[in-house]
Design a protein around this ligand. Sequence first.
Ligand SMILES: Cc1cc2nc3c(=O)[nH]c(=O)nc-3n(C[C@H](O)[C@H](O)[C@H](O)COP(=O)(O)O)c2cc1C
Length: 195
Amino acid sequence: MLNREILDTLRGLLERARRDGDPEPGAMNVATVGKDGRISARMVLLKQVDERGLTFFTDYRSEKAEAIAAHPQIALTLHWKHLKPAAQVRVEGMAEKLGAEESDAYFSTRARLAQLGAWASEQSRTLPSRELLERRVGEREREFEGGEVPRPPHWGGYRVIPDVVEFWYAHQHRLNERVRWDLIAGEWKKRLLYP
Ligand SMILES: Cc1cc2nc3c(=O)[nH]c(=O)nc-3n(C[C@H](O)[C@H](O)[C@H](O)COP(=O)(O)O)c2cc1C
């Protein structure tokens, strides 16, 4: 569980970035460790933050999902370079699949074409041609014509349950400010780190 201070700080940064005109304030890097110990990283969109953790959505058959199944411990980074001061948030924690109801609720808010895309795509698998992807979207369009598009069983959310959170703020002469939170025996402990 995130404490009130961590949650308010994170939400405050996201809100300031949004007000500053950042088109994707929730863009975040997700680093995972694969079954073979190999590290990989990619961007996803942060969709929800509450005391339980940080949520993103993806294909449960993707490379990142396979890595999470092998090693649920993952790391996230967010960065807002236009904020004054520029800021970074680092998060480490365990990723857990969301329940079906939570994933359904978010899926129903997605644009219809994005919903069809979730059915048509086999994220991270080899795609022989763009035409095939377009054909597969067309097939799903016809299949669900005139009705709602249900969530594919292979698509849903993860919640990252943090045990480390660091807020980083740019200061002059690289004397940056680092505020590090560690969850120790169920309690969040705060300290500063040298830059
Ligand atoms: C800004 C940005 C946001 C993205 N958001 C998502 C997302 O929310 N979910 C997702 O599955 N992929 C998202 N992607 C695509 C991923 O970076 C990645 O290509 C895809 O998830 C496949 O990754 P994988 O093969 O490591 O599983 C995003 C890419 C960018 C650049």
